[in-house]
Design a binder for this molecule. Structure first.
Ligand code: 9MG
Length: 262
């Protein structure tokens, strides 16, 4: 899943694709490089970021969704707003990536009616507050239980079981140790039977773990760390890898698949 942030301020590529034409070209390039689907987001989820209005989010994403639909690109809409999801689905999106797991009460029905895939992600707090003091008694148990409850709710609203993906939400209200525990025990999520999506690309825990001295590794130097976490996740059974660097991630995934199938 190639990442396309149509925002002025996302954490590692903010502003790069803010112009719709640049965004469309970037998405087409990721498809050429091996992405299977493009995740389009118009609201930054960077730690500390503020939300945007529905109007602004629609203004950012819809021209890109519409253009990519014409190019037959499989589109995931990264939004927590049901109206943004509704319009994107109408324009051709096939996945709703909701980092709040249906905080908008209209979202389940809209997804059920559209018959789209849905990614339910765990977040503690909101992007503005999530990294203040993340706390869990047992991070793996709590997040797995949360996701299973949300998946049941989605099914009760009419989303088909096979259309539900789950995602522990690496970096969303988690310390470095929480992220490592979740990745180490990823099989627990895979064993639920729901396809698992994992998003580690360029995230700050990689920068912190690979820090040079007391300076975290900057986002543009986190590729190797990212690919290591993606390979690990694939080996544990994750099915969807959310990535900025489509070419490098595709090659890593294909190499692991070759080894798995040998
Ligand atoms: C939007 N977004 C940013 N990081 C993400 C992650 O790890 N998972 C999902 N589903 N969405 C994410």
């Amino acid at each position: 899943m190639g990442i396309l942030n149509v925002t002025p301020d996302s954490f590692s590529d903010g502003g790069q694709h803010f112009d719709p034409n640049a965004a469309i070209q970037a998405a087409l390039k990721m498809m050429e490089e091996g992405a299977d689907i493009i995740d389009i987001g118009g609201e930054s989820t960077r730690p500390g970021s503020e939300g945007v209005t529905q109007e602004e989010e629609l203004r950012r994403v819809m021209p890109v969704v519409e253009a990519l639909a014409v190019h037959q690109v499989p589109i995931s809409i990264d939004t927590a707003k049901s109206e943004v999801a509704r319009q994107a689905l109408k324009a051709g999106a096939v996945v709703v990536n909701d980092i709040t797991s249906f905080s908008d009460p209209e979202m389940p029905l809209i997804c059920a009616e559209a018959g789209c895939k849905v990614c339910l992600m765990h977040i503690q707090g909101t992007p503005r507050t999530m990294q203040k003091h993340p706390h869990y008694e047992n991070v793996v148990e709590e997040i797995l239980t949360f996701l299973l409850v949300k998946a049941k709710e989605a099914e009760q609203a009419g989303v088909k079981r096979e259309d539900i993906w789950i995602d522990p939400g690496i970096g969303f209200g988690k310390t470095v140790e929480h992220n490592l525990e979740l990745l180490k025990d990823l099989k627990r999520f895979v064993d639920s039977g729901y396809p698992v999506l994992i998003g580690t690309s360029r995230k700050s825990f990689i920068g912190k773990l690979l820090a040079a001295g007391d300076q975290p590794l900057p986002a543009d130097q986190r590729l190797e760390g990212t690919l290591a976490t993606q390979a690990w996740s694939q080996i544990q059974g994750a099915r969807i890898i959310r990535a900025h660097d489509a070419l490098e991630s595709r090659r890593t995934i294909d190499m692991i698949s070759n080894l798995q199938n040998a």
